[in-house]
Each structure stands twice: as structure tokens, then as C-alpha cells.
Design a binder for this molecule. Structure first.
Ligand SMILES: [Mn+2]
Length: 346
């Protein structure tokens, strides 16, 4: 038996109140303008941030399904070169709608950007997006300064997927299992499987609507959290072997050489921070991950008293109070010294 999620009774009575306490962070006039722009457009180009996570890609694909069902030409991409969907997200439905960045319109009529706080986070599609006639920015990063021509931005929303769900309802779209799977991937990614402080009643209410479509929460959880190649364990061992505890800071790093020894792609490193940040003695956790170009991608986590977003923003990155990051072209030692200075530790 498939629950009838098309029934309007299953939809939130006041969709604008669903993204956080008090609701209504986004003015009705902005929602109306977004609907107007979308309805007017023949082709809608969708983009999300580079090396997409479940929230970025899931939100984008969910909306892509709905736009396609409305008869729109839909182009969806992200600005990574080489272009590849991260392994963890290959279970998401709708990937046949993705095109490589080279096939993205050079000067689009309408772009909708998902989960990206800046043009720069769109990577090589930042320029295409900047040339678009209209850019609707759907995002929940507090650091989003409002790029584009229309912001659908709510820093209180636990995930961009929450805003994407509202957009879908407002477009007259219906949740089916594929759309719900995409949105659910976004919701569980950004709430850490309903563990982070962002997990409000509205998050669980949204999850209930999504799960009611019959999606497989167990399979999604295994795809996202509970699998990795054997080589991951070897690289993790190398990272943990050199982990340091300094004051309230626990940190380590993973080099290209570590990964090359076991043929592990960069994208597989994402979960290491979740192991490092368990440390009872540390308030802040940092993992430096050397990417294929030799730059350090710095992942930082806080347990709550320290605002790592502020520190990362000062170093050219961004994120959320408890989870943020930035890119460093300095050495490991210089990178950590700069980060400690920002935290007031040095
Ligand atoms: Mn997000």
C-alpha cells in the first residue's frame, strides 16, 4: 500500500512556517517572485555547489524532477572537473538529468542555485551563473550574503532540502518516492541523521512526509553512512596515527601520498572528521585533506561553544557555527597556526 502523498492534507497547512521557529523567514513576495520567474522560463538551469553533498545534490535533483514534470527544459549540473557524482550519492534517483558543466548554458535565462553561499562555491559554473538573466539562490548558510537576483535563503533551515520541499509544494509539485529520496538525503546529511542541534520538530515533520512515500530509510542510511572501500580503513589508520590533541583542539591530516598508496579518491575522506570529532577532550576538531591539486581542504567541527564558521570565514571559507571549512594553500603547520590564531589559541 502506497500512502497517498498527493493528498493536500499531507502537506503543511502553512508551508512558510516549516523551516524553523516562528516561520516566515522568507517573505511571501519573494516566494511569489520565484514562482513567477520559474513559470515564465522555458528552460531552467539548476546548479549546486562543487563536490556536492546530499543536501546540495538532493535538493537540486528533487526540484529538477518537479520542473521536468511541469514541462520545463531542465539542465542540472555542478562545476567539478572532472565531473563525477560522489560515490556516496550515486544511489540518488534522477542522475540522468545531470549534464557535465560544458553542457551548461553559457548565459542562462534562469538559474536556480542550491546550497551554495557564493558564486565561488559554484566552481567553474560560477561565471555561467553570473551571466544568467535571473538567479534564484536557495540556501541556508548563515554566511550567504545574497548573491544572485533573488534569495530564497533561511539560515534557520536545517537543510536546503527544507526550502526545496517548500518550493516544490508552491510549484504545485507532489512528493513521490524518488523526489522524497532526494530530499531525505539532504535532510539526513545536514542534520547528521537527526543528531545535530538543527533537528527541530519541523525537521521530523518533514521526515515523516518523506518517509510516508515509502522510501527506504535503511538503504539510504547504509549508502550515506555505513559503507566504504577497504582502502578507507588504511588511510583512516594513517590519519589517526598522527592525530594531535592540543588544548581543546584535536586535529590530523591526510596527504595525497596517503591516498595514492591505497588508491583512495579524495571524496572518500569526508567521514574522517566524524571520527576525530568524537574526542571528549576537544571542543574543536580539524581534518586537513590534501586534494588532487595539492591544496588543503580544511574541515572543522565545533561542539557548540566555538563558532568555527567565523574562524573559517576569516580564512576565506564559510559554513555553519558547528561545521565549516576553507581551502589553504599553505603547509600543514602554517595552516594550523593560522587556524589557531583565529580561534584565539595562539
Ligand atoms: Mn546544506
Amino acid at each position: 500500500m502506497t500512502p497517498d502523498v498527493r493528498d493536500r492534507a499531507d502537506r503543511p497547512a502553512r508551508v512558510e512556517s516549516h523551516n524553523g521557529v516562528g516561520g516566515g523567514a522568507i517573505p511571501e513576495s519573494d516566494w511569489n517572485r520565484a514562482l513567477h520567474l520559474i513559470k515564465q522560463a522555458d528552460e531552467v538551469a539548476l546548479v549546486c555547489h562543487v563536490t556536492p553533498d546530499g543536501d546540495a545534490l538532493g535538493s537540486m535533483l528533487a526540484v529538477a524532477f518537479v520542473l521536468r514534470s511541469m514541462g520545463k527544459r531542465v539542465v542540472a549540473s555542478f562545476g567539478d572537473q572532472p565531473f563525477a557524482v560522489p560515490r556516496l550519492l550515486r544511489f540518488l534517483p534522477g542522475q540522468e538529468m545531470l549534464v557535465p558543466p560544458a553542457e551548461f548554458p553559457v548565459a542562462p535565462e534562469l538559474v536556480i542555485s542550491f546550497d551554495s553561499s557564493t558564486f565561488e562555491r559554484l566552481g567553474m559554473l560560477g561565471d555561467n551563473t553570473a551571466r544568467a538573466r535571473e538567479v534564484i539562490v536557495v540556501d541556508h548558510h548563515p554566511s550567504n550574503a545574497g548573491f544572485g537576483t533573488l534569495g530564497i535563503i533561511d539560515a534557520k533551515a536545517a537543510a536546503t532540502a527544507m526550502l526545496a520541499e517548500q518550493l516544490i509544494y508552491r510549484l504545485g509539485g507532489r512528493l513521490d518516492r524518488d523526489i522524497a529520496t532526494c530530499l531525505y538525503a539532504g535532510l539526513v546529511t545536514d542534520t547528521g541523521s537527526f543528531r545535530h542541534s538543527s533537528t527541530t520538530p519541523a525537521v521530523h515533520q518533514m521526515a515523516a512526509r518523506l518517509v510516508a512515500t515509502g522510501l527506504r530509510t535503511d538503504e539510504i542510511a547504509r549508502e550515506l553512512w555505513d559503507r566504504s572501500p577497504f582502502s578507507y580503513l588504511k588511510v583512516l589508520a594513517a590519519a589517526l596515527d598522527r592525530v594531535k590533541l592540543e588544548g581543546g583542539l584535536v586535529w590530523t591530516y591526510v596527504t595525497r601520498v596517503d591516498r595514492a598508496a591505497y588508491g583512495l579518491p579524495y571524496a572518500e575522506l569526508e567521514g574522517i572528521i566524524d571520527i576525530v570529532r568524537r574526542t571528549d577532550e576537544a571542543e574543536v576538531a580539524v581534518v586537513l585533506k590534501e586534494d588532487d591539486q595539492g591544496a588543503w581542504q580544511v574541515s572543522t567541527r565545533s561542539k557548540g561553544t566555538v563558532d568555527v564558521a567565523a574562524a573559517c570565514a576569516a580564512l576565506g571559507g564559510g559554513g555553519h557555527h558547528n561545521a565549516a571549512g576553507y581551502t589553504s594553500h599553505a603547509t600543514v603547520e602554517e595552516t594550523m597556526a593560522a587556524f589557531k590564531r583565529e580561534l584565539g589559541m595562539a
